[in-house]
Design a protein around this ligand. Structure first.
Ligand code: NAG
Ligand code: NAG
Ligand code: NAG
Ligand code: NAG
Ligand code: NAG
Ligand code: NAG
Ligand code: NAG
Ligand code: NAG
Length: 856
């Protein structure tokens, strides 16, 4: 209800306005007029502190400007209201407000105006965080005092995102250091909190009078030395001796890929001197320069001048927006108009753009100050230079990264530290590589020539390279070395021996290559002409022997008991039988003496039969004998149960001969045997320096081979050979044999020894080793390197323990398992036959003897 009333009132008022104020100007558009309400707030206290009394002048300037620049004052009007104090409440019907106040009041006012949709244009102190883009802040900067504001803007606009910074001052600007520190250390004030991070500052003041003459003892050296121990440093240098600072930093290796340097160049230096400064720097450094690019000429840096400019811009902008709206109004229907007309926000943005346009074109007032930023492109430059005999310093180019002026702050064209943000910036870097599966698998395409595109690249190392090129933002240019050596398909690529050509190329013309994309063993660093990266893989050595044979099953029926157990059993039998016999014979009553048990022979058969659970025809009748027999039976039950239980187990789970578990076991093997070792293995080198006697002995006895042939593998299978190699290579052999024969005929020694570290190589002197190492660490933490290992290394699990267990469950009893049983049967038969022969011959002999006696 209230709102509708308001609308009506305002409609009435505007028609009133029109009726009394407007001539008939336009064609169809005469029914449309607009007023812009502008508030001008000038904080008297603040202006008084600036020691100017300007309220009256401001009024005059504003009115003059509006009058002179409004093209059609009858249609478009601007109503200006003045407030001489800051604690005002501006209503929604203001289109814009121009305020002159200190930083804090400006931000408070911004909170109010942004709530009420008022465009805020603020003239305020230097060293004030900028308002967000929907408002305009013009710091009143005195010439020569702009640096704190520049630094504030660097932080507020997130151009430097440093958490800490080392500040270096000498004679240049050391009197400004407090302002600069304030700009750097300002935390947050209300409303501007999230805009920038707090920064910790290390301040160094250099007594510049000491420098210059004695180069050997530069004061900068002491300042910079502690920073050599820290990885990420940021330096902000205000120095009149930049050249010296750079040379000291270079000497202390502080111009590396992690540190960032921002130099403010003093006005005494010519801008062209930047070229001479870049000559002192090195590949990989992150260096930016800021220099005063204010053009000579007079400029009027008073508040009045700025206000005049702002009001001029506002009037122009308002006029433009209104004219556009006006012409649109005449052309469309009312409904369309409702949809098309600009809302307040859009109008304000249009006006703000015009103001900014006006101010950036004029450099009469504040805008006459200007600073420029340049950055040096250093990464990947040394690879481009043609190596020369006289090591000429590399020429680095600078790029413009932005300019600063008081109105806009910093206008960036590029990031301030391009290599920190964009790494190599898509430079093309040369990588040296060669075929060595599974690390680098490089295959020539059908009919390809020797250009990069005629090869396919895969393998662990080349996967890493691909990821590295993404992360470090470079384009890969592979140079592939031809390999004359045959890669044996029985062994994976060894790494100890770096390709000799790669070795010589990387050591002599190292400048050309970013790195060697080859897997090599990380060795003694001393006498090497290149640097190793952190390991990307660790390979362990193991040995391979034939699988231990199963214990023969002929003696299976003997297996459940040890020799002692059998012996004692026999003893028990032999001793129980006479006792039984004795007990029966000496029973006190005649009828208790069972006839079948009175001879030792019979008792022996009885105990024997009881063992086989046969019982007997006779049992003792006396209690004494019964007790003995009963107890004997209990013993028999235990014995038989143990025996048959164990027999089942032995039948199900095959028993193997004792395996060689350590290298010593292998060396103790008695049969004539070949000890194989691949040529140029790290194991050989390691054994020489290690204290392990078994390694030394193995290497002494070893037969060195270049290629592993099938016959060698067969020799291993037959127990005539043992090989020491990477475990992964040995698993590969086992795997291949399993695939061919579906049998697991080999065994890996349980002992693993000598961890061989495998890494990439970087030319000596390359500044990029630390960042490559960092990336390798990240890739490894992300699990990518392990994943690529799994992809490219052979699958080695088919012949492992689990498949053996499965083998057992699926086992069917076969003839070899049963052979012992048949042997026993056979023996029994033989013994029986022998016994019958003996019995017959004894009988004959006896019969003859009796006959003889009878005849005699
Ligand atoms: C930048 O240059 C202008 C014009 O030469 C000069 O007035 C101003 O003081 C300089 N600024 C600094 C911080 O030296
Ligand atoms: C700087 O060094 C000079 C010469 O050693 C000395 O006279 C001067 O007092 C020093 N200034 C400061 C601020 O330490
Ligand atoms: C600076 O601008 C003000 C207002 O525009 C003017 O009154 C004054 O004369 C100007 N000063 C100079 C040196 O141009
Ligand atoms: C890579 O460099 C280009 C060229 O400078 C740049 O445009 C791009 O943003 C960079 N990419 C990354 C991921 O840094
Ligand atoms: C990087 O450079 C290569 C060739 O120099 C080009 O083909 C590719 O498009 C560039 N990539 C980007 C992101 O600029
Ligand atoms: C190699 O072959 C490609 C096309 O397959 C061709 O563009 C290129 O010129 C050839 N390079 C040489 C050195 O023959
Ligand atoms: C590589 O293997 C092929 C075929 O197996 C053979 O003809 C050739 O001589 C071998 N090359 C070398 C350098 O051993
Ligand atoms: C081992 O390799 C070297 C080259 O590194 C070669 O000279 C030597 O003949 C090889 N030894 C055997 C036994 O193949």
């Amino acid at each position: 209800m209230e709102r509708r009333l308001l609308v009506w009132v305002s409609v009435l008022l505007s028609s009133f306005n029109f009726a009394f104020g407007a001539d008939n100007v336009g064609l169809g558009s005469t029914f449309y007029t607009t007023k812009g309400n502008l508030a001008v707030v000038i904080d008297q206290d603040y202006v008084a502190s600036l020691q100017v009394n300007i309220l009256r002048d401001v009024k005059k300037i504003v009115e003059d400007t509006v009058r002179e620049n409004l093209l059609r004052p009858t249609v478009v009007g601007i109503e200006v209201k003045y407030f001489p104090w800051i604690s005002v409440t501006l209503k929604r019907d203001f289109l814009a407000a121009i305020i002159v106040a200190n930083c804090e009041d400006t931000w408070n006012m911004y909170k109010q105006t942004s709530k009420n949709d008022i465009l805020l244009i603020a003239l305020t102190d230097i060293n004030c965080p900028r308002l967000p883009v929907e408002a305009l802040m013009i710091p009143i900067v005195e010439k020569g005092k702009e640096i704190p504001q520049i630094i504030m803007d660097l932080r507020v606009q997130n151009i430097i995102k440093w958490k800490s910074s080392a500040l270096i001052f000498d004679s240049y600007l050391s009197d400004r250091s407090t302002d600069i520190i304030k700009a750097l250390s300002t935390r947050t004030s209300d409303g501007i909190s999230s805009q920038f991070q707090p920064m910790s500052i290390y301040l160094h003041n250099v007594n510049a009078t000491k420098t210059g003459t004695q180069k050997t003892d530069s004061p900068y050296e002491n300042i910079f030395r502690p920073y050599t121990k820290i990885k990420y440093n940021q330096f902000l240098v205000f120095s009149s001796q930049i050249q010296e600072v750079i040379s000291v930093a270079k000497k202390l290796n502080l111009l590396d890929t992690f540190n960032q340097w921002l130099f403010f160049i003093p006005p005494t230096k010519e801008i062209s001197d930047i070229n001479s400064l870049t000559e002192g720097i090195v590949e990989g450094a992150n260096i930016a320069f800021a220099f005063n690019s204010t053009s000579q000429g007079s400029c009027n840096q008073t508040i009045l001048c700025s206000i005049e400019e702002v009001v001029y811009g506002f009037v122009k902008g308002f006029d433009k927006i209104m004219t556009e709206e006006n012409s649109l109004y005449g052309m469309v229907s009312d409904e369309e108009w409702e949809a098309l007309k600009l809302n307040k926000k859009e109008k304000q943005m249009g006006i703000l753009n015009v103001i900014l346009g006006v101010m950036s074109k004029s450099n009469k007032c504040t805008n006459c100050l200007q600073w420029s930023f340049k950055s040096v492109i250093t990464w990947g430059q040394m690879f481009k230079q043609i190596p020369t005999v006289d090591a000429k310093p590399i020429k680095f180019n600078e790029i413009n990264v932005g300019v600063w002026n008081p109105i806009f702050g910093i206008i960036s064209e590029d990031v301030l530290f391009p290599h920190i943000e964009h790494r190599f910036r898509n430079a093309t870097l040369k990588l040296l590589t060669y075929n060595n599966p599974p690390w680098q698998t490089i295959k020539k395409l059908e009919g390809g020539n020797d250009t990069q595109s005629s090869f396919t690249y895969s393998g662990i190392i080349l996967n890493i390279m691909e990821e590295l090129s993404q992360r470090l933002n470079f384009t890969i240019d592979y140079e592939v070395l031809p390999t004359d050596r045959n890669i044996s398909d029985l062994a994976l690529g060894s790494t100890y021996n770096i390709h000799p050509k790669a070795h010589s190329i990387l050591s002599s013309e190292s400048n050309e290559y970013f790195l060697g994309a080859v897997a090599v063993t990380i060795d003694d660093q001393e006498n090497k002409v290149f640097l190793y990266t952190n390991p990307i893989s660790i390979q362990k050595y193991a040995f391979i022997t034939k699988k231990p044979e199963e214990v023969s099953r002929i003696y299976l029926f003997m297996a459940p008991f040890t020799f002692n157990a059998w012996a004692f059993l026999l003893f028990a039998m032999l001793s129980t039988a006479p006792i039984l016999c004795f007990l029966t014979r000496w029973a006190p009553l005649e009828n208790l003496r069972v006839r079948g048990l009175t001879t030792i022979n019979n008792c022996l058969w009885y105990t024997c039969g009881a063992l086989l659970q046969q019982g007997g025809q006779y049992l003792p009748k006396a209690d004494s004998g019964r007790l003995l027999v009963g107890i004997w039976w209990i013993g028999v039950i235990v014995l038989v149960t143990t025996y048959s239980g164990n027999l089942v187990a032995f039948l199900t789970f095959p028993k193997f001969e004792k395996a060689e578990n350590s290298l010593w076991d292998v060396l103790k093997l008695s049969s004539p045997i070949i000890y194989g070792l691949p040529n140029n293995s790290f194991f050989e080198i390691y054994a020489k320096v290690s204290g392990r006697q078994d390694f030394k002995e193995y290497v002494e006895r070893a037969t060195i081979y270049d290629t592993l042939f099938l016959k060698d593998v067969q020799e291993i299978q037959h127990g005539k050979r043992v090989n020491v190699d990477w475990k992964i290579n040995l698993q590969h052999i086992i795997q291949r044999e399993f695939d061919n024969t579906k049998e697991c005929n080999f065994m890996l020694g349980r002992e693993e020894f000598v961890e061989e570290q495998i890494g990439l190589i970087v030319p000596a002197g390359s500044p990029y080793l630390p960042i490559v190492n960092d990336e390798i660490k990240k890739l490894s933490e992300m699990g990518l390197i392990q994943r690529w290992h799994r992809i490219h290394m052979p699958d080695v699990h088919k012949c492992s323990g689990r498949s053996m267990a499965q083998h057992v469950t699926n086992h069917k009893v076969n003839l070899t398992d049963m052979q012992g049983c048949f042997v026993v049967l056979f023996l029994g038969t033989i013994v029986g036959l022998a016994a019958i022969l003996l019995e017959m011959s004894f009988h004959n002999w006896n019969a003859k003897r009796i006959k003889k006696i009878v005849m005699n």
